[in-house]
Design a protein around this ligand. Structure first.
Ligand SMILES: *Cc1c(COP(=O)(O)O)cnc(C)c1O
Length: 389
């Protein structure tokens, strides 16, 4: 089976992890701060807080922004559940904004309309999570304009987007948001096995996330309520978690960062070739906004069902049967049973639901060969037209 995503591990990555195993620190050593510096410098952010997953990063980002009971967080229904669950962890409520039919990201126009209504109803969101689906940035300038006007805070869920750019600058530079979150799960662009990071230009947000990732405990006398009792002293000044990243993970991350630009460039080559190979088939290939240089975590096609005798499900099953590890990103979050029980219904976000009925993620990963890519074309061609290309 050709997987839809797969990590790329080099000898240098392996050596970096082994060196940590032989060192004094497996956790809470020098590698995590070094990894944070490398990522912050690369994306152009002032501060970075490494954690054990992007899910944890979203949670502490929400807490740092003060999200709590009585507040609303809005995000896109076409995302991994973690982009919405982070609100529920904080006791806040979730709502969704339908997607743009071209980029499949949260639609800035739909956001503007919903904000107007929410202002009348007195239920404006405190936080909006803008998810850069497939690695393509949301329309951050428009979202930031709305944030200024309505007074909400913005988290970029850039789990798909490290190494990508918006308006010519790396995603994560924080021009149009408060905090940006990255994921380093093995299917994502770079990996630390499990892992995530939150970057920000606000020192207070960074300090608060730093505290929350490690039990709410500080060793900084400046943050304490009294002078230290002695050199052993620490204080718990907030209720935090153990969301720390290990030294092994950070060393792997540092080593992977050396190849980030090459990873994204290779994904662009693969995407361009897919665009060409698929041109004659009844599918819609990904549309890229001119402001965007996508990280291209995913290559999602939409079936033109009106031009095909095969159902979405049939095409998907046939591809899997032919050894193509296709996937579907994502099932609209508001249709998950947990969210339906919160009151959401099928039909609430029609663009998202239509997307779900047509989308298929084709294999896309660093080590994918031209031959494997041709195999994807052959299999897709076979199921859609009954012929080989
Ligand atoms: C993968 C992903 C996450 C969660 O990342 P983890 O590191 O696995 O916790 C969150 N949001 C999006 C959009 C993702 O794709």
């Amino acid at each position: 089976m050709i997987p839809y995503g797969r990590q790329d591990i080099s000898e240098a990555d392996i050596d970096a992890v082994i060196a940590v195993l032989q060192s004094d620190f497996l956790t809470q050593g020098p590698m995590v701060p070094r990894f944070e510096q490398v990522v912050a410098a690369h994306v152009g952010a002032q501060h970075a807080v490494a954690v054990n997953s992007a899910t944890s990063a979203l949670h502490i980002a929400c807490l740092a922004l003060g999200l709590g009971p009585g507040d609303w967080l809005w995000t896109s229904p076409i995302t991994f559940v973690a982009s919405a669950n982070c609100a529920l962890y904080c006791g806040a409520r979730v709502d969704f904004v339908d997607i743009d039919p071209h980029t499949y990201n949260l639609c800035a126009k739909a956001l503007a309309d919903k904000l107007e209504q929410a202002e009348r109803d007195g239920r404006l969101p405190k936080v909006v999570v803008a998810v850069h689906l497939c690695g393509q940035s949301c329309d951050m300038q428009a979202i930031d304009d709305l944030a200024q006007r309505y007074g909400f805070r913005v988290i970029e869920d850039a789990s798909h987007a490290i190494g990508g750019k918006y308006q010519g600058e790396f995603i994560g530079n924080g021009w149009y948001s408060d905090i940006t979150v990255f994921s380093f799960h093995p299917v994502k662009i770079i990996t630390t096995a499990e892992g995530g990071m939150a970057v920000t230009n606000d020192p207070q947000l960074a300090e608060r996330m730093n505290l929350l990732r490690s039990h709410g405990i500080t060793r900084d006398p400046q943050q304490m309520t009294q002078a230290p009792d002695g050199p052993w002293y620490y204080q718990q000044i907030d209720l935090g978690f153990n969301y720390r990243m290990t030294e092994l993970q950070a060393a792997l991350g540092i080593s992977q960062m050396d190849r980030l630009d090459g990873f994204v460039a290779r994904r662009h080559e693969l995407a361009k070739r897919y665009d060409q190979l698929l041109a004659g088939l009844p599918v819609t290939t990904p549309w890229q906004h001119p402001d965007s240089y996508s990280g291209l975590h995913l290559y999602v096609i939409r079936l033109q069902l009106e031009n095909s005798s095969k159902s979405h499900r049939k095409v998907f099953e046939s591809l899997r049967e032919q050894g193509i590890g296709v996937n579907l990103h994502y099932i609209p979050v508001h249709t998950q049973p947990y969210y339906q029980q919160l009151g959401f219904k099928t039909g609430d976000f029609p663009q998202a639901e239509r997307y779900y009925a047509e989308a298929i993620s084709l294999p896309m990963f660093q080590g994918m060969t031209d031959e494997q890519q041709y195999q994807v074309l052959e299999s897709l061609s076979f199921v859609l037209s009954g012929r080989h290309p």
